[in-house]
Design a protein around this ligand. Sequence first.
Ligand code: PHB
Length: 392
Amino acid sequence: MMQSNRYGLAALAALATLSLGGPAIAQETVKIGVIAEFSGPFGDYGQQILNGMKTYLKLHGDVFGGRKVEIIVKDTTGPAPDIAKRHAQELVTRDNVDILAGFGLTPNALAVAPVSAEAKKPMVIMNAATSVITTRSPYIVRVSHTLPQDTQPIAQWAAKNGIKRVFTLVSDYGPGVDAEGAFTKAFKAAGGEVVDSVRTPLQNPDFAPFLQRIKDSKPEAVFVFLPPGNQTIAFIKGYEERGLKQAGVKLIATGDLTDDGTLQSMGEPAIGLITSFHYSAAHDSPENKAFLKAYAETNGTKLRPNFMAAAGYDGMAAIAEALKKTGGSVDAEKFVAALKGMKLMSPRGPIMIDPETRDIVQTVYIRRVEKIDGLLYNIEFDKYPDVKDPGK
Ligand code: PHB
């Protein structure tokens, strides 16, 4: 017994020596800690991001730059900065993750940014879209969008299409405040007037009093930013039921409102809505067709992939390409240098990581909700190429 045990240990030791000096496949895995919302009213955010990442791995394998990647998932349960930060600290100190990723909601991303900066860990943001986030750690790279980037085109489009008086309604936190500011600036510059503005709570908003106020002030249109989920569905319902549509108040928004993941639940009242955004499941390209097919094969058909899924996919692609460039090194300086200026062909169209801001440069499309074979889609009909975050 003793004998065979010793023999076993010796064999193991020999193997370990072999693998230490061996080829790159024997290197340790690259651990990616994904922090996002997997439960509560924003629970689809984490799911879409993770599904997008898995879709990339399904199509491209899981070894890049000679290193296998491993994903560790943590649920923030909603907008919960304390939980997000604790997850990040534990991932770094206990699980030894090399890269932090995910982040649907701004408060969670902002809470983790100092951990990225202090522990020198690359942090890949796959949704959270408040402009300022990327300035909070030199190791943050954002592959999703910013609200000003998606908002400016709809403001310009509205002014060009004869809309002169607009009421703005936004969610009362980072991305909403950014959207309100960007809309007002671009719309005024194009000759429009913002007649009034309201901000609604991030959690459980009741839109009734706001909808009444909008109706009473008789604008030509209302511009909206709301984070997708129950509240966007409730808003569309209220807009219809409170008679704003019938009163001729147009509804314009960033594509967060008509998000592909929730659009179908909005039904008829969503038809005809015009929004500006960087991703539509209806985007007509070979890359998007391949993405949609692989997403369904990887994750099933319960969720239609939305912009967060596309950013999860692109974020995984960016990590994979950076690992190839650094030869598997995850040293934060080298890794972020490899990401700066990176160009990828995304399911949304061409994208580039701005080497100055570490934010994304991309095409923003103007789209209209249409019913095709019984299903609602955002159909792109105009575009603004190479849009940067205008605030930077
Ligand atoms: C954010 O919290 O930054 C956020 C959430 C949902 C969106 C956009 C931005 O659709």
